[in-house]
Design a protein around this ligand. Structure first.
Ligand code: ATP
Ligand code: RIB
Length: 315
């Protein structure tokens, strides 16, 4: 059986250190706590959709080291289809994260993710052809993303591209083929080189990409929710008010959840509302994948956190 949601992207082992303060250059400081966790934008998005019950597969490169073994095992245990996951020559991608209060600083070391080159995708045309949605981010090479977009176009499979981390050298010709393009406001500013200080500026920048051909701009606005812009529609889908503890991986939770609901019901607005709920729950818990609930937890937490009514749109 083929996966319905195919995530082509990164996996990273998060090396998270709680710190009292960052060391100065050349200085050594001690820190109170360290832990490892599964992360990386592609894997996070795949994991969120799998937690909700989707049939998800990944095309990704794990490392040739012990971390690579561990990640492959994690994919399998999480019910993620690993037909497209292979071992690279390099060590696994890692993300040293430094957490100070509710702020994070993250360094991304691509490792084996850099071996996910465009030619690798040619072996998996069958997976691409049978997917209902292809999901991409920017923690692998942009060339690989372009190849994925071209193959998706060949088989008329819709693409959702989450342009994180931000990159201002993106080829707009390829971006314009995306059915869903979901930057946060900063990433939107990087790409369009337009101001994004106010909502009307954000709308203007989003329309620039719609005019180029993107069918749905989904601009995530953190605690304010998400702005959905198409050729003839502009809609704010407000976030749910929650006590935010840790927003790491919230954007990935949003993309994974949106993919799950959209593939299930085909209704964009409803899927955006559900993704807002899912992502809001994750910011009340710590970590990225460790904060992603499964469907039964979502049902329970919706009730507990009072998320069963539709929030009022305002900015
Ligand atoms: P990150 O890089 O931290 O993963 P991001 O910058 O890509 O996140 P955001 O726009 O911050 O993405 O958040 C994505 C979605 O998560 C929002 O659209 C919203 O649904 C939800 N969200 C984020 N922060 C909050 C919050 N404080 N309260 C409620 N919902 C939130
Ligand atoms: O979006 C959050 C992710 O970004 C983390 O899991 C970290 O691994 C970095 O890739």
């Amino acid at each position: 059986m083929y996966p319905e949601i195919l995530v082509i992207g990164s996996n990273m082992m998060e090396l998270s250190t709680d710190i009292d303060r960052m060391p100065e250059l050349g200085e050594t400081v001690s820190a109170p706590n360290f832990h490892m966790a599964f992360g990386g934008k592609g894997a996070n998005q795949a994991y969120a959709a799998a937690r909700l019950g989707s049939r998800v597969g990944m095309i990704s490169k794990v490392g040739s080291d012990a971390l690579g073994e561990k990640y492959l095992e994690h994919f399998q245990k999480s019910g993620i289809d690993v037909q497209g996951v292979t071992k690279g020559k390099k060590s696994n991608g890692v993300a040293p994260c430094f957490i100070q209060g509710n702020m994070n600083s993250i360094i991304v070391v691509q490792g084996a993710n850099s071996e996910l080159t465009p030619d690798v995708l040619e072996q998996y045309e069958d997976l691409i052809k049978h997917a209902k949605l292809i999901v991409l981010q920017q923690e692998i090479s942009l060339e690989t993303n372009y190849k994925a977009i071209d193959l998706a176009e060949k088989y008329s499979v819709p693409v959702m591209l989450n342009p994180a981390p931000a990159n201002d050298h993106v080829d707009l010709k390829h971006i314009s083929k995306c059915t869903f393009y979901s930057p946060n406001e900063t990433e939107l500013g990087y790409l369009t080189k337009m101001p994004i200080e106010t909502i009307s500026q954000i709308k203007k920048a989003a329309h620039k990409l719609v005019d180029l051909g993107v069918k749905n701009m989904i601009v995530t606005l953190g605690s304010r929710g998400v702005l959905w812009i198409t050729q003839d529609n502009e809609k704010l889908i407000p976030a749910y008010k929650v006590e935010a503890l840790d927003s790491i991986g919230a954007g990935d939770a949003f993309v994974g959840a949106f993919s799950h609901y959209y593939v299930e019901n085909g209704n964009i607005e409803e899927s955006l509302r559900e993704a807002n709920i899912y992502a809001a729950i994750t910011v009340t818990r710590s970590g990225s994948q460790t904060s992603y609930p499964d469907m039964s937890e979502v049902k329970e937490l919706r009730e507990k956190l009072g998320m069963n009514s539709v929030p009022v749109a305002s900015l």
